[in-house]
Design a protein around this ligand. Structure first.
Ligand code: TA6
Length: 295
């Protein structure tokens, strides 16, 4: 079956072998198995920690968590009651509809609207839709944010990010092109240093050491290469990108990180995280990414 809805997740199957799995909790893509033009055999392209909670007790450690309306610790007054990375990744979304089901691919739409577990900590009216599309060698995930306020209230201000855990050997993986892009190094010891912009000098960014870099106004297309394969990310609407790997230095402190898990992924996360996107009443913003298995 190309699209199968289970109690807590949706399974997508492409006619030529690729597959994806989406947990309704957090609309978290847990798995994307895909071949490439060069190597048709589907392989897992995402990392999920074996210690990840998949029961809705906490955000999934891995896959593609959806980050909204804030990235990192909240800084906006309207987000003061929210936790790290906002609420989208820790709420159960609704399987809304099948968007596509043919030889080209399969696509589903999930939605999230205000409900008690959200409105008790976030008062803004909103509507989120998340469209996940599986093609032969691609997975796309599009986040639609609508300001459903009726009157001319102040704009809806938010941040959004797709927190991709790309499976790769972290001592060999390289991310490009980021040379010349301004970034903020969150591994620095003080707020002053963390808020001091640097410029990426490297042609190829590695994560051999603890890396938590927020690149601002980044190119939008990224190649993630390691001996295990190559994944390309093409993002639209997400002006920034985060590259993160905790390595053992901080990975050992992450309770739901499997032993040595940091050795098996790199996070390359298209986002709108420097500043806040603004939506007037009735407007919709779309952040899109297309992941392509290149090798
Ligand atoms: O996207 C990178 C980051 O902000 C890191 O600072 C690290 O905190 C990571 O997200 C994971 O955050 P989480 O809340 O899932 O533990």
């Amino acid at each position: 079956m190309p699209i199968e809805q289970l109690a807590d997740r949706v399974l997508l199957k492409h006619p030529k072998g690729a597959s994806a799995e989406i947990l309704l909790y957090g609309a978290t893509v847990l798995s994307w198995k895909s071949g490439s033009a060069a190597n048709p055999e589907p392989t897992e392209r995402l990392f999920v920690s074996s210690k990840a909670a998949l029961d809705g007790s906490k955000p999934v450690r891995g896959g593609i968590p959806v980050v909204f309306p804030c990235f990192g610790a909240p800084t906006h007054p309207e987000h003061s009651k929210l936790g790290q990375h906002g609420f989208a990744r820790s709420e159960v979304w609704i399987f809304d509809s099948i968007v596509l089901d043919n030889e080209a691919g399969v696509s589903v739409r999930l939605t999230l609207e205000p409900k008690a577990s959200i409105t008790e900590k976030y008062e803004r009216p909103f509507h989120l839709a998340y469209v996940v599309t599986l093609a032969e060698h691609q997975l796309s995930t599009d986040l639609h944010v609508e300001n459903t306020a009726l009157s001319t209230t102040s704009p809806l201000e938010f941040q959004a990010l797709l927190h991709n855990y790309i499976r790769a050997s972290s001592d060999q993986v390289l991310v490009t092109p980021l040379q010349g892009v301004s970034y903020y190094d969150k591994t620095e010891a003080t707020d002053e240093l963390r808020n001091c912009p640097k410029v990426e000098q490297r042609t190829y960014v590695d994560v051999k050491r603890f890396t938590d870099f927020v690149y601002e106004n980044a190119p939008g297309t990224y190649q993630i290469s390691s001996p295990a394969g190559q994944v390309e990310i093409k993002a639209k609407g997400f002006k920034d990108v985060v590259v993160w790997n905790p390595q053992a230095e901080t990975g050992v402190k992450i309770a739901d990180m499997e032993e040595g898990g940091w050795e098996r992924y790199v996070c390359v996360e298209p986002g709108y995280v420097r500043g806040f996107a603004q939506l007037n009443a009735g407007e919709t913003w779309i952040g899109q990414q297309v992941l392509t298995a290149k090798l």
